[in-house]
Design a protein around this ligand. Structure first.
Ligand SMILES: Cc1cc2nc3c(=O)[nH]c(=O)nc-3n(C[C@H](O)[C@H](O)[C@H](O)COP(=O)(O)OP(=O)(O)OC[C@H]3O[C@@H](n4cnc5c(N)ncnc54)[C@H](O)[C@@H]3O)c2cc1C
Ligand code: SF4
Length: 567
């Protein structure tokens, strides 16, 4: 890589990454009239070819389990393409005593090709939780600042739900929800008995046609990607309108390496590896938006060193890479004998839960801070790859008897997953590994991760609640979790819930925050971060809707500043 190839063109903005945040930025900025170059490390996506909608296991090599069954770790080979815990030639490391898992995608649209589409607003209190309980910091914006952008995102992408007036789970601009499945009704009845709120879920899936995208036809398999674009992915919903403006130049196979700083103290462009030719190239732009996902954007900033910023670009606060959090996750399941009596039936629906349990203990004193919500599912959906593995471990024999048993137990289980808020702690952060580089020669991230007593107590509460719900439903709770060891109360490893955020947080004080209230660097005015990195806290709500609302708001601000000549 001795020669660097510079593009002669000067763009208004260079956006890095085309996922939830980058796709939103590309749409808003190009529709606002700016010329944008988008650097995307992965290839383009072609839904008709790349998505495995309505396919049978026998239509895939290895029947969908991958070589040696390994695809199961990445949610199976049916998953929309290019998402994995490990990417060949692009490692990351965990410091001794830590074990952080980082799920990445390298494709146009990033992880929005295969996300769960759970689209929940943060609540007003989530922006002020530091003041309420003294743990961590408040956001530099309030719910009211972001609410109009939640409205814009929901109206544009399409989110179903119902207006419920639950203070921990604000209502939005909803499409009608799908009907509850029978397992939903069982859980809802059990929840009513024991005083837990259970309401229709909120997913970015169309139950009515929106902007020419067709309504969902209830195949139930959103994780595979949707050929009719009836669920949200950035590749199908954000990138096409940006392309239509004629103002978007998309460069795929472009692995950004460093943001380049000019003599005037402003960013002047981005250097990237053209993966096809393995050459280093540069694009020039008047502003740079990092949206390569929270940790990758931190990596880019930390790798962009200069005399002015020896510890990484825009990092005079030292906060880049710090304040990393993931959601607290603990899962469980139980069997509901009454479901064994159900005749075979078609468990139609969207590819995700039809109901869920928002945080319901917000008005009482709990023995852990903040809260969690519960996602649940079960019943007779299309069997997934490896669906009967557990049965095969439990039952002996083969042939007709085994098939009969499989039919009997199929769909009698209900799984529950708690997703809760982690409080940022000083032992959890990412930094540049001093030794390891990836196959492009770019230094990789090293993760430090630790759960605190707060999160462990939350996981314990999740397990107790799961048991209470299953038992109230007349079922038998099957999950057993240890109270100590690596996964007390079934708490998932850090990163495993794939809600990692916070690594370039917003804040009013440049001494402790990387970005201002508009996701703009305090140090370098023409650098913005528009993925999960700006989030100040990581409430129980899954983060992607908030990532998009923040990116939309920051992009409108960027447009305004560009018009005023302030960048
Ligand atoms: C299976 C699964 C289920 C999920 N379910 C939910 C859910 O239900 N609800 C929810 O809110 N969230 C969910 N998430 C998380 C959600 O996908 C992420 O929060 C969201 O996609 C983050 O958006 P992003 O823009 O930060 O990053 P991404 O969507 O990951 O996009 C980053 C993009 O940047 C590109 N890129 C990375 N590095 C570089 C580089 N150096 N140069 C150029 N390009 C680069 C990548 O190729 C990618 O296209 C789920 C994730 C997974 C994997
Ligand atoms: S369930 Fe609906 S949105 Fe999901 S993949 Fe099937 S048709 Fe598309």
């Amino acid at each position: 890589m001795s020669q660097v190839i510079r593009s002669p063109k000067m763009y208004d903005v260079c956006v890095i990454g085309s996922g939830a945040g980058g796709g939103t930025a590309a749409k808003v900025l190009t529709e606002g009239g700016l010329n944008v170059v988008l650097l995307e490390a992965g290839p383009p996506v072609t839904p008709e070819k790349d998505f495995k909608m309505l396919m049978w296991p026998y239509e895939l090599p290895h029947r969908g389990v991958g070589v040696g069954g390994h695809a199961a770790e990445n949610f199976g080979e049916f998953l929309a393409p290019n998402g994995a815990w490990d990417i060949e030639g692009e490692p990351y490391t965990s410091a001794p005593g830590s074990n952080f898992q980082w799920f990445r995608s390298r494709i146009v649209g990033g992880r929005t090709n295969h996300w769960g589409r759970i689209a929940l607003r943060f609540a007003p209190i989530d922006f002020r939780s530091g003041t309420r309980d003294g743990l961590g910091d408040d956001w530099p914006i309030t719910y009211d600042d972001l609410a109009p952008y939640y409205d814009k995102v929901e109206s544009y992408i399409g989110v179903f739900g119902t207006r419920e007036n639950v203070s921990s789970a604000p209502d939005g601009m909803f499409l009608p929800p799908p009907k509850p499945r029978c397992t939903d009704l069982i859980v809802k009845k059990a929840c009513d008995k024991i005083g837990i709120i259970c309401i229709p879920s909120r997913l970015a899936i169309l139950t009515r046609s929106v902007n020419g995208r067709l309504a969902c036809h209830y195949c139930g398999q959103c994780g595979r990607g949707c050929v009719t674009a009836s669920n949200f992915s950035s590749s199908q919903v954000m990138i096409p309108p940006a392309m239509k403006t004629g103002k978007l130049t998309m460069v795929t196979g472009a692995m950004a390496r460093e943001v380049l700083l000019g003599k005037d103290g402003k960013a002047e462009g981005v250097s990237y590896i053209d993966k096809a030719t393995r050459t280093e190239k540069r694009v020039s732009a008047r502003a740079v938006v990092l949206a390569a996902s929270a940790c990758e954007s931190a990596r880019l900033l930390l790798n962009s060193t200069s005399a002015q910023f020896p510890n990484g670009l825009a990092n005079s606060s030292g906060a880049v890479g710090r304040y990393l959090t993931d959601s607290v996750g603990s899962d469980g399941w139980g069997i509901i004998p009454q479901l064994e009596k159900m005749p075979p039936h078609n468990h139609d629906g969207v590819g995700g839960m039809h109901m869920y349990i928002p945080w319901w203990k917000f008005d009482r004193k709990n023995d852990f801070p903040r809260g969690y919500h519960i996602e649940f599912g079960g019943g007779r959906e299309m069997p997934g790859v490896g669906e009967f593995n557990d049965l095969l471990h439990e039952e002996e024999g083969y042939g007709a008897a085994l098939k009969k048993r499989a039919r009997q137990v199929y769909g009698v289980g209900i799984g529950l997953s708690g997703r809760g808020e982690m409080i940022p702690n000083p032992d959890t952060y990412c930094e540049i590994d001093p030794i390891v580089v990836d196959k492009w020669g770019i230094p990789v991230l090293r993760f430090h991760f630790k759960w605190s007593e707060y999160e462990l107590r939350q996981a314990q509460d999740m397990q107790e609640t799961f048991r209470a719900i299953i038992e109230a439903a007349g079922g038998e709770y099957k999950t057993k979790t240890p109270i100590s060891g690596q996964h007390p109360f079934g708490i998932a490893e850090g990163g495993k819930i794939i809600h990692e955020v916070g690594t370039a947080r917003m804040g009013a004080d440049p001494k402790s925050a990387v970005l201002n209230a508009y996701c703009q660097s305090h140090d370098v005015k023409n650098v913005f971060v528009m993925d999960g990195a700006p989030l100040v806290t990581n409430p129980d709500k899954n983060p992607t809707l908030t990532i998009m609302a923040l990116a939309w708001r920051a992009s409108e601000y960027l447009l305004d500043e560009a018009k005023k000549g302030n960048l």
